[in-house]
Design a protein around this ligand. Structure first.
Ligand code: ZN
Length: 381
């Protein structure tokens, strides 16, 4: 199992120059070899394989000053995007999306797949680039497999993927269902509600203002560039806050429960509706599920995804369908008399779908005080 560690890099001005140049060379190679594939197919009806191109990249006409394995990795990336393209064609998608040429700002990372890098003290030694200052804010456990260098706005990061042995799986004694809502609220099957921080609206409004201002500027003018930087910064802030929230919440879930159950959001999107705002929400929640899954795997715990099946409509106690619109916030069952918060009812249904039995609302142990404390800290943003 692979785990990724991400660290901030602090390159000198000279090193930034070399890093940018390396990205440029990689992007150039990517585009060149993409064109080769295209031409071979268009003109000779032949397909070039990744193996062919891996061989060719060793004998480039121009001197690149880039580590050989980094160049090979570019070819593998290109190969992967073609594989994905062919997969989409096979599935019969109407717009399979042919791999594209990458523009100046569309290529932001390169990788050392095996060697050419080494951590030594507070420096990361990169072959052909130099010793870059790195802040190792946590200890790396396990064997480092690959090293990727990523440019994000004006910041640089190193990502190491590390081979770790997962712990032995334990029996799911404590289990929890999680309902992710439209209003940025997570509801657990024990009734706990965790609100995503209130900064959302504030930052999103700010972003909208910045974008409006950008659209009024003359394209590629100096002011446009300045404003464009501001917009990408706002995007970054939202992204960071959101992943911080998702990381904290997934950590709490994995630490407190042996089995965590979510709705499968991909299925939900397919069956339920086509509203864009909802799929954007689901995309953010998708990260929460993803983070919970890998943390659980590491801890030997289980995450299950269940097909959404009237989870918000059915009564979690007796099982009959109690139709309600989105505006109805309380579930009132005419059959058994259960009155419960709508999302709480849904979370119990989600849990029941996974464990196959009926967990009564009143029979669930409430969350420990430790978690309640943690849960409130989200609201302080
Ligand atoms: Zn009922």
């Amino acid at each position: 199992m692979l785990k990724t560690y991400k660290f901030r890099l602090y390159p000198t001005t000279q090193q930034v120059f070399v890093l940018n140049k390396t990205l440029d060379v990689c992007r150039h190679i990517y585009n060149e070899f993409l064109a080769d594939r295209r031409n071979a197919y268009d003109r000779c009806n032949q397909s070039l394989s990744t193996m062919d191109q891996l061989y060719q990249v060793q004998y480039l006409e121009f001197d690149t000053d880039v580590h050989s394995q980094v160049k090979q990795d570019v070819i593998r990336r290109l190969g992967k995007s073609f594989d994905a393209f062919f997969r989409r064609c096979k599935k019969g998608e109407t717009k399979p999306g042919y791999p594209r040429f990458r523009g100046k700002n569309r290529y932001s990372s390169f990788s050392y797949p095996q060697s050419g890098f080494k951590i030594s003290g507070k420096k990361l030694k990169l072959s052909k680039i130099g010793d870059i200052k790195i802040v190792l804010h946590r200890k790396i456990e396990g064997k480092i497999k690959t090293c990727s260098i990523i440019k994000d706005g004006k910041s640089w990061y190193a990502c190491f993927s590390v081979e770790v042995k997962p712990k032995r799986s334990i029996e799911p004694a404590k289990s929890i269902g999680v309902d992710v809502g439209l209003n940025a609220v997570v509801t657990l099957s024990d009734g706990t509600k965790i609100e995503a921080p209130g900064y959302y609206r504030k930052i999103e409004d700010k972003l909208k203002r910045q974008q409006r201002s950008l659209s009024r500027k003359k394209l590629y003018s100096n002011n446009w560039k300045k404003q464009s930087d501001k917009v990408s910064h706002a995007h970054k802030v939202i992204f960071n806050k959101r992943s911080d929230f998702n990381h904290k919440l997934s950590r709490i879930l994995v630490d407190n429960y042996d089995l965590v159950v979510f709705e499968d959001l991909n299925i939900r999107n397919m069956v339920q509706n086509s509203k864009l705002s909802k799929s954007i929400h689901d995309a953010a929640w998708g990260k929460l599920i993803q983070y919970t899954m890998y943390k659980a795997e590491e801890a030997g715990k289980i995450v299950e995804l269940v097909a959404p099946h009237n989870t918000s409509q059915n009564c979690s106690s007796c099982g009959i369908k109690v139709s309600k619109t989105l505006a109805t916030r309380i579930h009132r069952c005419p059959n058994c008399g259960l009155v419960l918060d709508r999302d709480h009812n849904a979370a119990i249904n989600i849990l029941n779908l996974a464990v196959g039995t009926t967990v009564k609302a009143c029979g669930v142990e409430p969350l420990g005080s430790a978690m309640k404390q943690e849960a409130t800290c989200f609201n302080r943003w």
